[in-house]
Design a protein around this ligand. Structure first.
Ligand SMILES: Nc1ncnc2c1ncn2[C@@H]1O[C@H](COP(=O)(O)OP(=O)(O)O)[C@@H](O)[C@H]1O
Ligand SMILES: [Mg+2]
Length: 284
């Protein structure tokens, strides 16, 4: 069952509760009761909903510390978030709380975490192990060239617009062939064809773009259940900060990971903790 904790409703305690006093070394005692509840939550997923600055990231970092204190191996904990800045902040806070014990915990952005997994699973996915990651300039260069080659009017087929459509398709996990089938009208059909050519160019170059990093990781879980299950077994505790920034693809990645483990191993799902800002909570 999904536990849902709202941080703002309950004021900080004057005195820490008995159970929390036992782990005062982790400064959990400084958290308010709702935060403590989320940190101590043991069975099944927990969702923390609260406004900005109300202590959600604090909950996640304290929870990592608490898990390790309870004897969970650092390698079984994955904490991730959306931006580099937020990931750096989370890492700094966890390291200041745990010191060297934090070394084995995977902390990073969705994309950096995806790269770490993909480097190890390149063979499974048929990708070159040393794949390169194309940035925006690389992407624009390819699309511009493809538009020119196809003789399409650049005023209608603007590089940024075409790339945006390709990105949308990837985030919706739509492959080029599927995009071509679903295309309505000349513009969409041409864009779908450009998408197919763009993907082919990336593959020839042994490259992935940012959207591929997430989409390929999702593909690992969907198309290679054994590999997905292996990672799901490893990361028994998944903590997600800035949950509201998930794209559909990133959400599928994490949720399918947990589902895979639960169904293949017959085990209760591991803990998954998400923190999100109430105002931007996505419809699910
Ligand atoms: N229970 C608390 N008591 C005192 N300070 C807190 C508490 N919870 C969070 N803070 C502090 O409040 C600030 C905002 O917390 P943070 O976890 O970054 O919020 P959010 O992630 O919800 O935006 C941080 O400086 C954090 O250390
Ligand atoms: Mg935060």
């Amino acid at each position: 069952m999904l536990a849902c904790v709202r941080l703002r409703e309950i004021p900080p305690p004057r005195r820490p509760s008995a159970v929390i006093t036992e782990c005062a070394s982790l400064a959990v005692a400084t958290l308010n009761p709702a935060q403590q509840e989320a940190v101590e939550h043991e069975h099944g997923p927990a969702l923390v909903i609260a406004g900005a600055g109300s202590g959600k990231t604090r909950v996640l970092t304290a929870r990592v510390a608490r898990l390790l204190e309870r004897g969970v191996p650092a390698e079984a904990v994955l904490a991730f978030t959306f931006t580099n800045r937020a990931a750096r902040e989370m890492r700094a806070r966890i390291e200041s709380e745990l010191g060297p014990a934090a070394a084995g915990v995977w902390i990073g952005t969705f994309h950096a975490t995806a790269v770490r997994i993909l480097r190890r699973e390149a063979n499974t996915l048929g990708l070159p192990a040393g794949f390169t990651i194309y940035d925006r300039d690389d992407q624009e260069g390819i699309v511009r060239e493809l538009i020119r080659e196809a003789g399409l009017p650049e005023a209608t087929y603007r590089t940024g617009v075409v790339l945006g459509r390709i990105s949308d398709a990837k985030n919706a996990l739509v492959l080029p062939a599927e995009a071509e089938r679903a295309a309505v009208g000349d513009f969409e059909r041409q864009v779908a064809t450009l998408y197919g050519k763009y993907q082919a160019a990336l593959r020839r170059a042994g490259a992935l773009d940012f959207d591929d990093l997430i989409a390929e990781t999702v593909r690992l879980w969907l198309d290679h259940p054994d590999a997905g299950a292996r990672w799901s077994r490893r990361f028994h505790h998944v903590l997600v900060d800035e949950y509201q920034d998930w794209a559909r693809a990133t959400g599928t990645c994490s949720w399918s990971g947990t589902t895979t483990r639960a169904s293949t191993a017959g085990a209760a799902p591991g803990s998954r903790t998400c923190s999100t800002s109430r105002t931007r909570f996505p419809a699910r």
